[in-house]
Design a protein around this ligand. Structure first.
Ligand code: BES
Ligand code: MN
Ligand code: ZN
Length: 510
């Protein structure tokens, strides 16, 4: 079997090197500058680069460059400058500025800087920026997310080996020390996103439930308390719904509890995050069709997000008490696998009739939610799960589905979604839908028929939250199989780490 880690570990993080420096004209490499619709440089840039203005104006027409957002102009061997390339990035007019997002801008700029090359970003703008150090920190986050690649299993190097090396980026800015300080916290978040993406991208023969648990345990290095409940412990507790899913797997199922104590008082009620960690979902006895089944290696994206988030919170020493709980299983067909028709008793005491063994995520979450609610009594709990294909039918890949029994928590998540661009769309919960999962033979059944598949899945989960303020995020469309964007190479997006880090920062830190 191939091993991902060992000597490749360094390779997994150093895709780009970023430094901060005072504003000065660079001697070599590429130089990136920003202009508005009028093609005017910032005052500092204009003073530093005499002749650049004329150069840009001259190149703009043949280059059809009008300074519009996300448009750029590449001037090679710019006359009168010692750099090899002048990259001019458009920011548009006044209206566009309201929507200026520095994370996306960082991604866009990184997309123009090939591996192995050197670039200086003249981080100065032709208009006022409210908080320049924060903008620079967001920018570096975007740079790092764009630079991320997952290529540890490629043994053939590209023809141009230079491109395989990290780019070296210098951010030239008025107060480099302040920017560096701000960037440190954002770096923790970037590391969390990278961690989540790596976990989701890993092949399922490497990242099985046992290996996933070991990787989660590495959070101990950051001061996170990690507890692994093995099958024996889960059996003793009574998590039979979760165990039933892993029954057909060669690997041992487990629950990993991660606790971060960052609040002033150790008694402050925690906020809890719960993740579906189905390391591979064949569907079980209700087996999935072959086409595209390889994508089901990403069915642990909820758990990956929780691990990435706990990493981010601990690395930036967030002033919050947080609990992360992930259920790690593999859903396989086997002589010992569960069957349609089986009835299992969940930790809550409620019995569940299995209609379809492919509706397995909700079984894992049912026991996890009940355990977290009763043991940790959190002020709120949020679960993330690649739970239903139906959420893709409803929302495509743009938004994650949000279901909640608490308007305040839902509003906080919507606000964090707008702030980070990891958007959520609230979907309904209601008694009428709840009836669709009443079972003839048990308390509840694990599927609700063809219609409203994401809603009946959420209704199922709600029966296991015990009145705790709760939100469920269905991330089947947003966390895996994602299109490439300014800040992602595609497939594993690391969705949710930035959203939930922001939720905590804006609402739960004291
Ligand atoms: N992991 C899948 C959902 C999924 C689908 C995630 C597509 C990512 C992309 C989940 O376990 C599943 O199989 N759900 C079934 C539920 C059905 C049997 C009620 C589905 O969506 O078809
Ligand atoms: Mn399934
Ligand atoms: Zn699944």
């Amino acid at each position: 079997m191939v091993r991902a880690r060992d000597d490749d570990e360094e390779d997994m993080r150093d895709f780009v090197k970023i430094a901060f420096a005072p504003i000065a004209a660079p001697e070599a490499g590429a130089l990136v500058v920003f202009v508005g619709e009028d093609l005017e440089l910032s005052e500092a840039a204009a003073a530093l680069l005499p002749g650049a203005k004329a150069l840009i104006k001259a190149a703009a027409e043949p280059g059809k460059f009008k300074g519009k957002p996300s448009m750029s102009l590449d001037i090679l061997a710019p006359h009168g400058l010692s750099v090899s390339r002048l990259v001019v990035i458009g920011l548009g007019g006044e209206k566009d500025r309201a929507e200026l997002d520095f994370v996306t801008l960082g991604g866009l700029v990184m997309g123009k800087i090939p591996g192995g090359s050197e670039a200086t970003i003249l981080f100065d703008f032709p208009f006022e920026i409210a908080n320049l150090p924060a903008a620079a920190a967001d920018f570096t986050l975007g740079v790092r997310l764009r630079a991320y690649r997952f290529e540890i299993y490629k043994t053939k190097k590209p023809d141009d080996e230079e491109k395989d090396k990290p780019a070296a980026i210098t951010i030239a800015i008025k107060d480099p020390a302040a920017a560096k300080r701000e960037a440190k916290a954002r770096d923790a978040v970037a590391d969390g996103v990278v961690l989540a993406r790596n976990l989701v991208n890993e092949p399922p023969n490497v990242l099985n439930p046992e290996e996933f648990a070991r990787r989660a345990a590495e959070l101990e290095e950051l001061g996170v308390e990690v507890e692994i409940l093995d099958e024996k412990a889960l059996g003793k507790l009574g998590m039979r719904a979760l165990l039933a899913v892993g029954q057909g797997s060669h690997y041992e199922s487990s629950v990993v509890i991660m606790r971060w104590h960052g609040a002033k008082s150790s008694k402050a009620k925690p906020i809890a995050f719960i993740g579906k960690g189905v390391c591979f979902d064949t569907g079980g006895i209700s087996i999935k069709p072959a086409g595209g089944m390889e994508d089901m290696k990403g069915d642990m994206a909820g758990a990956a997000c929780v691990v990435g988030l706990m990493h981010a919170l601990a690395a930036r020493k967030a002033k919050v008490n947080a609990v992360g709980a992930i259920g790690l299983v593999e859903n396989m067909p086997d002589g010992r696998a569960q069957r349609p028709g089986d009835i299992v008793k969940s930790l809550s005491g409620q019995t569940i009739e299995i209609i379809n063994t492919d509706a397995e995520g909700r079984l894992v979450l049912a026991d996890l939610l009940w355990h977290v609610a009763s043991k940790y009594k959190p002020q709120g709990m949020i679960d993330l799960a690649t739970l239903t294909g139906a959420i893709l039918v409803a929302l495509a890949q743009e938004y994650s589905g949000l279901f909640s029994n608490d308007d305040d928590l839902a509003a906080k998540l919507e606000a964090a979604g707008k702030a980070t661009g990891e958007k959520v769309w609230r979907m309904p919960l209601a008694k009428a839908y709840d009836k669709m999962i009443d079972s003839k033979f048990a308390d509840v059944k694990n599927t609700g028929g063809r219609h409203g598949g994401s809603i009946t899945a959420a209704q199922f989960l709600q029966r296991f939250v015990d009145g705790t303020p709760w939100a469920h995020l269905d991330i089947a469309g947003s966390a895996m199989g994602s299109p490439a964007s300014e800040t992602s190479q595609g497939w594993a997006s690391g969705w949710g780490v930035r959203l939930l880090d922001r939720l905590v920062a804006d609402n739960y830190e004291k």
